[in-house]
Design a protein around this ligand. Structure first.
Ligand code: HEM
Ligand code: HEM
Length: 193
């Protein structure tokens, strides 16, 4: 029984899986689009990618906030009981760092863009309001932080995908399938707490 009063489940619910894969697809779009757009010569393609990046980033913020609220009220299934404590720690650190950075990163992007006074045209439909006073010098500094956090998220995602493949192909402990299909790992299975 967890502190929130929910019994710890044996797999991820359809809602948890929907949130996970939606976030994964959007983040996997954001990183390459961010890198490509920042290195392109000015022109319509660059403008298009900037609008796309800001729109998808702004969409990610409420999705990750709602996902985090869901996660805090719905515990995740336990990690395999025989997982070494260093990997157990690494898994939790990776997941919580991703939650935190995926909230901080769009906020910094929006703040830096506002300080620069560039528009955040949400999917070409309407403009989001600026959330920071105009300040070009501050905007440059905030974009430097945004680039560093972009690299940190990319590294965390690489480690995360590597870990998912390690669980699936080397440990063969059912961890990936409970996030893909929601396949429960029976409580009686060896190595499951
Ligand atoms: C690219 C962006 C991705 C992000 C931001 C992301 C984020 C997360 C987070 C925060 C969790 C923890 C869920 C929780 O218990 O609260 C998680 C779990 C998980 N993710 Fe991802 N993920 C991404 C991509 C992927 C990919 C591509 C795979 C598969 C190759 C994957 C496989 C998994 C699995 C199997 C779990 C469950 C781990 C467990 O049961 O302990 N993820 N992911
Ligand atoms: C989770 C969400 C986000 C992620 C993962 C992300 C990631 C990135 C990455 C990897 C870069 C490339 C940095 C480089 O190589 O120079 C970048 C650049 C940029 N991002 Fe984001 N970003 C996110 C959200 C946002 C949001 C919400 C906005 C604005 C509303 C934004 C505005 C920008 C801008 C304007 C740049 C270009 C900075 C420059 O020209 O140096 N980003 N982002």
């Amino acid at each position: 029984m967890s502190v929130s009063g929910y019994t710890q489940p044996l797999t991820y619910s359809p809602t948890a899986r929907l949130f996970h894969w939606l976030t994964a697809i959007l983040v996997l779009i954001m990183i390459p689009v961010g890198i490509v757009m920042a290195n392109l010569e000015g022109g319509p393609t660059k403008d298009f990618l900037y609008n796309l990046h800001r729109s998808v980033g702004a969409l990610l913020l409420p999705i990750v906030l709602v996902r985090l609220a869901y996660r805090l009220t719905h515990p995740a299934p336990p990690l395999p009981a025989d997982l070494p404590s260093v990997l157990r720690w690494a898994a939790h650190a990776n997941h919580w760092a991703l939650y935190a950075l995926l909230i901080i990163q769009p906020l910094i992007g929006w703040i830096a863009t506002s300080a620069y006074r560039a528009p955040v045209l949400f999917f070409w439909l309407f403009e989001l309001p600026p959330i920071w006073p105009v300040n070009r010098a501050f905007s440059e500094q905030a974009f430097t932080v945004h680039r560093v956090i972009g690299v940190a998220i990319a590294l965390l995602v690489c480690a995360h995908i590597g870990a998912a493949l390690y669980h699936h192909f080397i440990r063969r402990d059912g961890t990936l399938m409970r996030m893909v299909r929601g396949t429960p790992v029976p409580a009686t299975a060896p190595g499951v707490s």
